[in-house]
Write a protein of this length. Sequence first.
Length: 115
Amino acid sequence: MRSISGGGKQVFTHKNPKLKPYTVSIDDYDLIILGGPVWAGSPAPALQSFLGETKIRGKKLGLFVCHGGGKGKALDTLKALLPGNTIAGETDFVNPAKQDRGTVAKQVGEWVGTL
Ligand SMILES: Cc1cc2nc3c(=O)[nH]c(=O)nc-3n(C[C@H](O)[C@H](O)[C@H](O)COP(=O)(O)O)c2cc1C
């Protein structure tokens, strides 16, 4: 019998992980590009931990998610976790690490250029 452990388990227990110590100076930025993988139709638990403890308000945001073909409502959930900001753009990438690097870099560059 196989079991799910580690990060995957957090999706089902709805327990967001405690993050390792980090420093981030949100005030230093006007435009923030933020995103991560979709897990079970939602932003991955670690990203939700980050947004729970780091206040991001009054910023211009570019939001993205990476997924395997079923992004669900992950972008909507991400936006709901970031009230009081201006969403300058949003996009999604399908299995970017499995795609041609140059193609993905071009896709990212073009999107970032629109923000
Ligand atoms: C626990 C877990 C849950 C996932 N749930 C979804 C999902 O609901 N929909 C989806 O399209 N991909 C899902 N994925 C796939 C990841 O979103 C995908 O592998 C990742 O975004 C691709 O980024 P990478 O190439 O950096 O791994 C899941 C992956 C894991 C590990």
